[in-house]
Design a protein around this ligand. Structure first.
Ligand code: SF4
Length: 64
């Protein structure tokens, strides 16, 4: 089963660091000014992990 990732939107500073890493999974909701997860349960795990590693506030995590 694919791992699920979550964004802590309270911590996210909407920097968009993952935009070039995994744009098919993450987007910024410009109306709400928060990051969103487009694909909640699937996606290329290696790219999602890279996005996690590049998040400056470490607010993307694998769900338990
Ligand atoms: S890299 Fe982290 S802080 Fe930046 S937009 Fe994505 S989730 Fe938010």
């Amino acid at each position: 089963m694919a791992k699920k990732h979550v964004i802590d939107e309270d911590e996210c500073m909407t920097c968009g660091a993952w935009a070039g890493i995994c744009p098919e999974v993450f987007e910024i909701d410009e109306k709400a000014d928060t990051a969103s997860v487009i694909m909640e349960t699937s996606g290329p795990e290696d790219l999602i992990q890279e996005a996690m590693d590049n998040c400056p506030v470490e607010c993307i995590n694998w769900e338990d």
